[in-house]
Design a protein around this ligand. Structure first.
Ligand code: NAD
Length: 249
C-alpha cells in the first residue's frame, strides 16, 4: 500500500502519463500531474500547468508537489513528443526542444527533487519513461533517439549517486504504446504511404516488434507501479525493457 507516499508525474494529460497517474491514485498515492495545461479531469490528483522545456517549469513542478504533499517519494518524467525528419533537414529548434523535454527536464526534476528522494522513508524512486529507443535507433528520429539514450545515461548516474541513500533510478523502455503520440504517427504514415491505418500499424509501426501488437498505456503503468514496490528495489541503473521483443533482434 502506498499510504501517504507522493509522486510527480509529467505529461499527465495524455497517454502513458495519464495512465500512470490513474494507477498511482488507485494505489493510494498522492499525485501531482504536470502538463502544459492543468487538467481538471484527473480524479484524485493535483494538477499543474507548466512548460517543462523551461527551468522555471520544472522548478514549479517540484515546488508545487512539496507545497501540496510536503514530500516527494517518486518522480516519473514522462512528458515528450516525437519529431521525424532526415538528419540533413532536421530542424535545429526541434532538436533543442526534444533534448529539453526528454533529457533536461528529467535532469532538472531529479536535481530539484533529490533532497526529498533521499529523505523518502521507503526509498526514493526516479522512474523516467524512456523507450526502446533508449537502446536501439530508428532512422529519421535523431533528436528522440539521442535524448532517450541520454536519459538512460542519467538513470545509470543517479543509480550510483543514490545507492547509499536508498534512491533507485530505472528507465522504463517500452516498444510502441497505443497513445495519441503513436496514433499521430500512424495517421501521418498512412498519408505518406497512401495505405490504410491498419496496414501502417502492421507493416510500418510494428516492424520492430517481434510480437505484433501495440502495448497499452495501462501496461506501462503496471510496470511503474511494480518498480515502486519493495520487489522493485533491485532495479536500479537499468533499462526496464518492455518492448515486445524489439531489442532481442
Ligand atoms: P502523449 O503525446 O500521449 O503524451 C505526452 C504528454 O506530454 C502530452 O500530454 C503533452 O502535452 C505533454 N508535453 C509535451 N511537451 C510538454 C512540455 N513542454 N511541458 C509539459 N508537458 C508537455 O505521448 P505518450 O505516448 O503518452 O508518451 C509519453 C512518454 O512515453 C514520452 O516520453 C514518450 O517518448 C514515451 N514513449 C512513448 C511510446 C509510445 O509508443 N507511445 C513508446 C516509448 C516511450
Amino acid at each position: 500500500p502506498a499510504e501517504d507516499r507522493a509522486a510527480v508525474v509529467t505529461g499527465s494529460a495524455s497517454g502513458i502519463g495519464r495512465a500512470v497517474v490513474e494507477r498511482l491514485v488507485a494505489d493510494g498515492w498522492q499525485v501531482l500531474g504536470v502538463d502544459l495545461e492543468a487538467a481538471d479531469d484527473l480524479k484524485g490528483a493535483e494538477t499543474l500547468g507548466a512548460d517543462l522545456t523551461t527551468r522555471e517549469g520544472n522548478r514549479a513542478a517540484v515546488d508545487t508537489a512539496l507545497e501540496a504533499f510536503g514530500r516527494i517519494d517518486l518522480v516519473v518524467p514522462n512528458a515528450g513528443f516525437q519529431h521525424v525528419s532526415p538528419v540533413a533537414d532536421f530542424p535545429e529548434d526541434r532538436w533543442d526542444a526534444l533534448l529539453q523535454i526528454l533529457l533536461t527536464s528529467p535532469f532538472l526534476l531529479a536535481k530539484y527533487a533529490w533532497p526529498s528522494l533521499v529523505e523518502a522513508p521507503r526509498g526514493g524512486r526516479f522512474v523516467p519513461i524512456a523507450s526502446a529507443h533508449a537502446l536501439a535507433a530508428s532512422p529519421y528520429k535523431a533528436g528522440y533517439v539521442s535524448a532517450k539514450h541520454g536519459v538512460l545515461g542519467l538513470v545509470k548516474t543517479l543509480a550510483l549517486e543514490g545507492a547509499a541513500q536508498g534512491v533507485t533510478a530505472a528507465a522504463v523502455c517500452p516498444g510502441y504504446v497505443r497513445t495519441p503520440l503513436v496514433e499521430k504517427q500512424i495517421a501521418d504514415q498512412a498519408k505518406a504511404h497512401g495505405i490504410s491505418e491498419d496496414r501502417v500499424i502492421e507493416e510500418v509501426i510494428l516492424t520492430p516488434h517481434a510480437v505484433k501488437r501495440l502495448i497499452e498505456p495501462s501496461e506501462v503503468a503496471d510496470v511503474v507501479a511494480f518498480l515502486t514496490t519493495p520487489a522493485g528495489a533491485t532495479f536500479t541503473g537499468v533499462p526496464v525493457t518492455m518492448d515486445m521483443g524489439w531489442t532481442a533482434r
